[in-house]
Design a protein around this ligand. Structure first.
Ligand SMILES: [Zn+2]
Ligand SMILES: [Zn+2]
Length: 218
């Protein structure tokens, strides 16, 4: 379902009210909107909410859509923080813009990249998507940092988490780049991995900055 950003924001507030604050309905004056607010009319028109006596109530379709909007919002927050390293209000603003661009399908790709997180940076639960349930059922670890691989396991480098330009340069000079194939051969006393036809050794600290999408059945 394609909703306007304003309608998604309103739906999100209603969903949080209903499912996390236990309010079965919310008064229009609490939402600070009037009966003829476009977002309200849009949600009513889509059959997602009902307005009675100046209070708004979520209908079952609104519950489903609202949960998806909350999921996209909290995944966007994780993305801003974990991948783009944005924090504070700047990150919050960006997450708010970004969530409306995520349609279904893209949210599961991002969820995969983030390894199906269950909490946003503020500690709120992220409603699980089908991808999360599948990953849990199959015991698939998703994207993990290099020290979590067992010797002999291989995969593709998903991203580098380091913010330190020197470390980044060191990794890049070894050819440690997103998309490269990597295989861990040894994890003690240092981490030795194979990249192409060369072997490299890094300490644990640096190994923790390398995130790998494991091969299936690796
Ligand atoms: Zn949050
Ligand atoms: Zn997921």
């Amino acid at each position: 379902m394609k909703l306007s950003a304003a309608a998604e924001d309103l739906l999100e507030r209603l969903w949080i009210g209903a499912f996390e604050e236990g309010k079965s309905s919310v008064a229009l004056n609490e939402l600070k909107i009037s009966m003829d607010h476009p977002a309200l009319l849009e949600l009513t028109g889509q059959g997602l909410i009902r307005v009675d006596d100046s209070t708004v109530r979520l209908l079952p379709g609104g519950h489903r859509e609202g949960q998806l909007v909350v999921r996209k919002h909290r995944l966007s927050e994780r993305l801003m923080m974990d991948i783009f390293d944005l924090k504070g209000t700047h990150a919050d603003d960006k997450a708010c813009e970004f969530e409306h661009l995520l349609n279904e399908g893209v949210d599961s790709k991002i969820c995969d990249l983030l390894n199906h997180p269950d909490r946003c940076p503020h500690g709120k639960a992220i409603p699980p998507g089908r991808c999360c349930l599948k990953a849990r059922r199959e015991g698939r670890p998703g994207v993990i940092c290099l020290p979590k691989l067992k010797p002999g396991q291989s995969g593709e480098i998903a991203y580098l988490a380091t913010k330190d330009p020197q470390k980044m340069q060191k990794l890049m000079s070894m050819g440690v780049l997103p998309g490269s194939r990597i295989r861990l051969s040894q994890n003690f006393p240092s981490y030795i991995f194979r990249l192409g036809s060369s072997d490299f050794a890094v300490d644990e600290q640096l190994a923790r900055e390398i995130f790998v999408r494991l091969d299936d059945k690796a």
